[in-house]
Ligand binder design. Structure first.
Ligand SMILES: Nc1nc2c(ncn2[C@@H]2O[C@H](COP(=O)(O)OP(=O)(O)OP(=O)(O)O)[C@@H](O)[C@H]2O)c(=O)[nH]1
Ligand SMILES: [Mg+2]
Length: 473
């Protein structure tokens, strides 16, 4: 997968823009750019310039007909050339960034010029891959860079930054180091098995495995939060027909996307809309009211509602406050209980709508049973701010609680496998089975932890990770 070719790529999007940046990395970057660059200071050579310096000049296109005649050299564009010398660059190699004017023609001409001079077009993620190989970052940090580029809201931006800074890496590395120490001691015991000596104090190993188990469980648990923040949090509005789901939905997403009417069963499909609240991305979903369907289409709508409930992280359960009585309350409680039993991890917010009409103010049963209960009027926009505030707080609080949040599926899988081995090691140790069996599980746990940071990796995993990057990164 690796060669030491000098590579080039456009780092900014193709097409017109104020400026574009072309990146070059590898041994020949400075000397090759030298051949197409002419400084505004006569005779100034890039080769003689130090790292982290910027130079103004022109990109020069050789006249194909007469290369020897310097008066016939064409200027393609006025550019700035930045020099980064190894190892003080993103990739760790010699690098150049050409900031040119952002015309498609200029971008392509410069790329072609460089390719003609023997530089190869970079593959997706190749700059970052080289940074990884040159130990500028580990694998989890490289993955976080891909996420950072894709992040479209404050929360996912913060999550990827946290990972780039290496919080996950240093935790995993620390755990791995300690585990490795124990592993070495156990292996040593095996070497001296005839003498029956003990190097790894069992009580220490026990308590370390217990701590490790807690940390791994914590990280694994953080994944559901990290993943939902990265992808956006699904908030699904459900309830019986005509309770005002679409009215609330339209108001929240600030668009009249759903049809509102006083006919029961107006919404038959699920409709989605986006909202960013305090930097967190939410997908709101309006659904068909849940009741015994009157026809096939409604049946399909209700089925879809059930599917959307599965996808949700939060359910907004709406009811009509004007039709509220104790019998109805009991029925609703029962329904919600069933939903909750099937989906224990989902937050359910109970919302009594049409409070403007309600003469029946007794929500005793529901209020006492729900930590999240709101009275609103979707039509008059009363009480909705409080719901939105609660929604964002739910996730902001959770974010603050966690020091490290796992966002990558790959890490999640590796952590789960590692935990399984730690539990097996713990179990083996307590059953006093021979050391070599304990040590096998510890070795496996080490292996899976090492995959997160890239200390242990294979070509297929690397290919998979870096192919997700765009060209130029
Ligand atoms: N008075 C009052 N009427 C409301 C309120 N919210 C919604 N409505 C009315 O209730 C009726 C039903 O509203 P929708 O938003 O279509 O209800 P829905 O839950 O989406 O209904 P389905 O799609 O049929 O399941 C409409 O006539 C709305 O104008 C409210 O807060 N107060
Ligand atoms: Mg509706």
């Amino acid at each position: 997968m690796f060669d030491d070719d000098t590579i080039v790529a456009l780092a900014t999007p193709t097409g017109s823009s104020a400026i574009s940046v072309i990146r070059i990395s590898g041994k020949k970057s400075i000397s090759t750019v030298e051949t197409i660059f002419s400084s505004v200071h006569y005779g100034k050579k890039l080769e003689n310039q130090s790292t982290h310096t910027i130079h103004l000049g022109y990109i020069v296109v050789d006249n194909i007909d007469d290369r020897s005649d310097s008066s016939r050299r064409n200027y393609l564009d006025q550019v700035l050339v930045s020099i980064f010398r190894s190892p003080f660059s993103y990739t760790g190699e010699n690098m150049i960034e050409i900031s040119c004017h952002g015309s498609y023609y200029i971008q392509q001409q410069i790329l072609q010029l460089l390719i003609r001079k023997g530089i190869r077009l970079a593959r997706p993620g190749e700059f970052t891959f080289r940074a990884f190989l040159n130990k500028k970052m580990d694998l989890s940090q490289a993955e976080a860079i891909a996420d950072l580029i894709l992040s479209d809201n404050q929360a996912s931006h913060e999550l990827s930054l946290q990972q780039i800074k290496g919080a996950l890496t240093s935790t995993i590395k620390n755990l791995r180091k300690k585990l490795l120490d124990f592993y070495s001691l156990l292996e040593l015991e095996l070497d001296f098995s005839e003498e029956n000596v003990i190097f790894a104090k069992r009580s220490d190993l026990f308590s370390f495995l217990k701590d490790l188990e807690e940390t791994l469980k914590d990280l694994i648990e953080s994944f559901s939060l990290g993943n939902s923040i990265k992808k956006g949090i699904y908030v699904v509005i459900i309830g019986e027909p005509n309770v005002g789901k679409s009215t609330l939905f339209n108001y929240v997403i600030k668009e009249s996307r759903s049809i509102i009417s006083n006919i029961e069963g107006t919404t038959r499909d699920s409709i989605e809309g986006e909202l960013i609240l305090n930097g967190i991305h939410f997908h709101f979903v309006d659904t068909a009211g849940i009741r015994d369907p009157k026809d096939t289409i409604e049946k399909m709508g209700v089925r879809k509602t059930m599917e959307k409930i599965q996808e949700a992280q939060v359910l907004l359960y709406l009811l009509d406050a004007s039709k509220n009585d104790r019998k109805k309350q009991k029925k609703i409680l029962k329904k919600i209980q069933i939903i909750h039993e099937k989906n224990p991890l989902k937050k359910i917010l109970l919302i009594a709508n049409k409070s403007d009409l309600s003469s029946f103010k007794d929500f005793y049963n529901l209020k006492s049973k729900f930590s999240y209960f709101f009275e609103i009027s979707a039509k008059n926009h009363h009480g909705i701010k409080k719901i939105l505030y609660t929604l964002s707080q739910l996730f902001i609080e959770k974010l603050k609680e966690k020091n490290i949040i796992v966002t990558q599926n790959r890490h999640y899988e590796a952590l789960k496998k590692s935990l399984k081995e730690v539990l097996l090691a713990h179990d083996a140790l307590s059953k006093k089975v021979p050391e070599d069996l304990v040590s096998i599980h510890i070795k496996e746990a080490l292996h899976h932890l090492g995959k997160i940071t890239g200390e242990i990796t294979n070509e297929e995993v690397l290919k998979n990770i870096f192919s997700k990057f765009c060209i130029g990164k």
